[in-house]
Design a protein around this ligand. Structure first.
Ligand code: KIV
Ligand code: ZN
Length: 511
């Protein structure tokens, strides 16, 4: 019998720490529902003390999710732990994940605490967390650069205090597989009480080895891997969930573990995260990249036609690559629309929201005869803001672009309660539009990224645009989708502006 490998997804917490990847409460709920559908064991839903918005999102997820444990991160202090405990209170199964740094550099320069103070804080944090749940995880931040003897002391003490999961993070992505696997093996061997807890690993990808290190830790005895969809996360990201899960499944001859993940939900989860965060998936990304199962060379194609396994070690359909599913068309009714949304895990809270979304679906179906799941996801992403959060909204747009002429845009935006008009020339039609928006918004934000992708195939496909804006050190991503890519671009720009004006500041747990 293989051991169970706990899959702990931290897309909504560490993933959300990627620049501009912050999500609204509704978006987080959609992601959490998809993670539950994928049968993730633990969903780290956020860091409750970061902001009231983060607290609300975790609380909402704890109310909605029934089949996965819902977890909140908390630094090792009273306020964070109480916030985390309150946030997960409605969960059927809730966990507090408390952490403190244990490396000399973090203790001295960041925490300004002695090792003994850190040890005491760790023990107190675990004890306090136990007032809220008996499922308490403890992490030694920067374990990779921590002294082994000190790590053993801290882990022994927190196990004695009642922690059930001990997480060993490579916070800065510094390790290599042989060393990381050995470190896990040696901790399990040396720490008294190690057989009473689940050992976990949490690896960052700074040297491109997060997945390899996580897998080495599994071979060393870890039975929980912390990971994210598409490898999203701080800096170069975290270990990617899809790669870890498919590696242990495909090489079950090497890994003595099995997960409970429904792998057919992997690609839908990847697309959802990419769409919500605006982080595209590189085409050659393992498992979820568009080319992961595409065979270009004639020899490979010939081989796969004769016998698939000549060049394929996994089946595309096992990870959820299906043909784009034609779901709805212009004659589809309200019920079919609502049912398909439910199948995709999109819950529409009110009749009013459903009416608005259905009207927009009909508009889209007039322009584009075949509506795919991806189109519905994009349509509903546009609905992510409640009207109160939507400070700017596109009312109308007219763009002139002609060879030999300078492109010109004229537009009307709804701003707060009223409407404003503006016009501008630009180097291209998109440039003219963005200038016209800025004449109204005057955000003084700088444009870091502008990218256009097509959501499905065909020339009538919707274009999906991501815009990344930065202001005063804050970075936000905006998305927009439309069959007209100029309109999609303006929607994306406005979406980013709405995030800039509406998102409250929040604390990063590790800074
Ligand atoms: O990378 C890290 O060390 C973390 C901890 C908070 C677990 O994200
Ligand atoms: Zn991390």
């Amino acid at each position: 019998m293989n051991d169970h490998l706990v899959i702990f997804d931290t897309t909504l917490r560490d993933g959300e720490q990627s620049p501009g990847a912050s999500m609204t409460k509704d978006e987080k709920l959609r992601v959490a529902r998809q993670l539950e559908r994928m049968r993730v064991d633990v969903i780290e839903a956020g860091f409750a003390a970061a902001s009231p918005g983060d607290f609300e999102a975790i609380h909402g997820i704890a109310q909605a999710i029934r089949d996965s444990t819902v977890c909140s991160l908390a630094r090792a202090n009273e306020n964070d732990i109480r916030r985390a405990g309150e946030a997960i209170r409605p969960a059927r199964s809730g966990r507090i994940h408390t952490f403190i740094a244990t490396s000399p550099i973090h203790m001295e320069k960041k925490l300004r605490m002695t090792p003994d103070e850190v040890l005491d804080a760790a023990v107190e944090a675990v004890k306090l967390s136990l007032e809220y749940t008996d499922d308490v995880e403890f992490s030694a931040e920067d374990a990779v650069r921590s002294d082994m003897d000190f790590l053993c002391r801290v882990f022994e003490a927190v196990i004695r205090a009642g922690a059930k999961t001990i997480n060993v993070p490579d916070t800065v992505g510094y390790s290599i597989p042989s060393v990381w696997g050995e470190r896990m093996r040696s901790l399990i061997e040396r720490v008294p009480g190690s057989d009473k807890v689940v050992w976990s690993t949490h690896c960052h990808n700074d040297l491109g080895m997060a997945v390899a290190n996580s897998l080495a830790a599994v071979l060393g005895g870890a039975r929980q891997v912390e990971c994210t969809i598409n490898g999203l996360g701080e800096r170069a990201g975290n270990a990617s969930l899809e790669e870890v899960v498919m590696a242990v499944r495909t090489r079950s001859d090497i890994f003595p573990v099995a997960t409970r993940i429904d792998t057919t939900q992997i690609v839908p989860a990847s697309k959802l995260i990419s769409q919500i965060t605006g982080y595209p998936v590189q085409p050659n990304k393992a498992v979820v990249g568009a080319n992961a199962f595409a065979h270009e060379s004639g020899i490979h194609q010939d081989g796969v036609i004769k016998h698939r396994e000549t060049y394929e070690i996994m089946r595309a359909q096992d990870v959820g690559w299906t043909q784009n599913k034609l779901v709805l068309g212009k004659h589809s009714g309200r019920n079919a629309f609502k049912t398909r949304l439910a199948d995709l895990g999109i819950v529409v809270d009110s009749e009013e929201q459903l009416n608005i979304a259905f009207a927009r679906f009909k508009e889209l179906a007039d322009k584009k005869h075949e509506i795919f799941d991806e189109d519905l996801q994009a349509l509903m992403s546009d609905e992510a803001f409640t009207p109160e959060q939507e400070h700017y909204k596109l009312v109308s747009l007219r763009v002139c672009s002609e060879t030999g002429e300078t492109p010109h845009a004229r537009m009307t935006l709804a701003v707060g309660g009223g409407e404003s008009q503006s016009e501008a020339h630009g180097d291209g039609p998109v440039d003219a539009c963005f200038k016209a928006v800025e004449r109204i918004a005057d955000s003084r934000a700088s444009l870091l990224l502008f990218s256009v992708n097509s959501i499905t195939g065909g020339t009538d496909a919707q274009g999906e645009v991501t815009v990344r804006l930065a202001r005063d050190g804050r970075v936000v991503n905006g998305q927009g989708a439309d069959t007209d890519i100029i309109v999609a671009s303006v929607k994306a720009y406005i979406n980013a502006l709405n995030r800039l004006v509406s998102k409250p500041e929040k604390v990063n747990p590790q800074v």
